[in-house]
Design a protein around this ligand. Structure first.
Ligand SMILES: Cc1cc2nc3c(=O)[nH]c(=O)nc-3n(C[C@H](O)[C@H](O)[C@H](O)COP(=O)(O)OP(=O)(O)OC[C@H]3O[C@@H](n4cnc5c(N)ncnc54)[C@H](O)[C@@H]3O)c2cc1C
Length: 363
């Protein structure tokens, strides 16, 4: 019997598995994809804090120093925080790197193994259709978690839809994350252009009921980024939970982490840092739980996870207030507007340290 079976070799599953294996637990990861990084569903931008959680070889990332925010009529302003950066990643290679390090720590990963359900029996969990048994089942299987469904835990209901195209080539001089507030093409969130590792990523995220009009968005920005004569080399999409941590994300012998548990910022829709961080914290707590009969790791995660009421309020405001019009009216030219935008993009301290912000009218 394994101590832990983790379903999903994504960011959360691998972070949990690596740490649990380092601590000496017998860990098995089941992943439905045939190999790591086979089907990527994310833009893969790491916030600086995520780079501190799990070191990434420099050739897999490209540092991005500034954020350029565009109004619906494409006026723009650049924001920057001293010493802060985002990292665009070569995500398929990053996933291979994370999987290698997880195996190096002592975990076993079985690729091409789809989890189909589980039953909780006396003192252990059994995976349906297999002879696999474990003391703790960890659902790190993304926003539409089969683990959650099979054991009756909560599932994400408030979600955004994200779509992205990858264009060949990149402007090597561009170190900006371009964010478009565009209520027509991206109702509910934003459109983006990321000068990535050898490629340019263009995407948008929208409310779950809205249509993601990526082709129209690309047409709108094509001249600015010289996209018209460049080939699309990959397309991807997925859903992003924005309802916050689910109330029931664990039960007796089961724990959800990452997107499966709703561990995504409702405001920025970023989830990779949370997946790393709470994957690791969950593994620490699982070790104490399984070794010493300590509290359920879900309790430790609930305590560690931020309440997020401010972010949820900000999400409420973004959904209901005329943000596009406020930006057009020049809100970012004012100190308070910049501070708010800084806090969204650069985190809590962003408001104090924005440097070199500049307003630019480029309709
Ligand atoms: C378009 C888009 C862009 C995004 N961009 C960013 C970004 O730039 N930065 C950021 O921080 N966040 C971003 N996010 C969010 C981020 O991708 C997620 O929060 C993050 O991937 C969550 O990691 P996870 O490990 O919880 O889930 P996932 O990354 O979804 O991993 C789940 C894994 O479980 C596997 N799996 C699922 N079901 C089964 C099964 N039944 N059996 C076995 N395996 C299974 C899947 O194949 C997958 O490998 C984006 C999301 C989308 C959709």
């Amino acid at each position: 019997m394994h101590d832990v079976v983790v379903v999903g070799a994504g960011f959360a599953g691998l972070a949990f598995a690596r740490r649990a294996a380092e601590l000496g637990l017998a860990v098995l990861v089941l992943e439905r994809q045939e190999k790591p990084g086979d089907r990527v569903r994310t833009t893969g931008i790491l916030v600086r804090e995520a780079c501190g959680e799990w070191t990434v070889p420099p050739e897999l990332v490209r540092r991005i120093r500034r954020v350029k925010v565009y109004t619906p009529t494409h006026r723009s302003i650049e924001l920057e925080r001293r010493d802060y950066f985002f990292a665009a990643t070569d995500t398929p290679r990053l996933m291979r790197h994370l999987a290698r390090e997880t195996v190096g720590a002592g975990a076993e990963i079985r690729f091409g193994e789809r989890f189909r359900g589980a039953t909780v029996e006396d003192g252990h969990v059994r995976a349906k259709g297999t002879d696999l048994r474990c003391r703790l089942l960890v659902g790190a299987d993304g926003a539409s978690s089969v683990v959650a469904e099979s054991v009756g835990l909560d599932r994400n209901t408030r979600v955004l839809k994200g779509v992205e195209w990858e264009f060949e080539g990149v402007d090597e001089t561009d170190r900006c994350l371009h964010c478009f507030v565009d209520p027509e093409c991206a109702p509910g969130y934003i459109g983006w252009v990321v000068p990535g590792v050898g490629i340019t990523q263009v995407g948008l995220a929208v409310h779950s009921r809205a249509r993601a009009r990526l082709a129209s968005f690309v047409e709108r920005i094509s001249g600015r980024f010289g996209l018209s004569d460049r080939r699309v080399v990959a397309k991807r999409g997925g859903i992003i939970p924005i309802g916050g941590l689910l109330p029931n994300f664990y039960s007796d012998r089961v724990l959800l982490i990452g997107d499966a548990a709703g561990m995504v910022s409702p405001l920025t829709a970023g989830g990779i840092h949370n997946a790393y961080r709470y994957g690791r914290i969950g593994a620490d707590a699982a070790w104490t739980h399984l070794r010493d009969g300590g509290p359920h790791p879900g309790e430790a995660l609930r305590r560690a996870y931020p309440k997020g009421s401010l972010k949820r309020l900000a999400r409420w405001g973004y959904d209901r207030l005329p943000v596009g019009r406020a930006l057009e009216a020049g809100i970012l030219a004012h100190t308070l507007g910049r501070r708010v935008a800084g806090a969204v993009f650069f985190g809590r301290e962003g408001s104090d340290t924005i440097a070199g912000a500049s307003a630019e009218a480029t309709p």
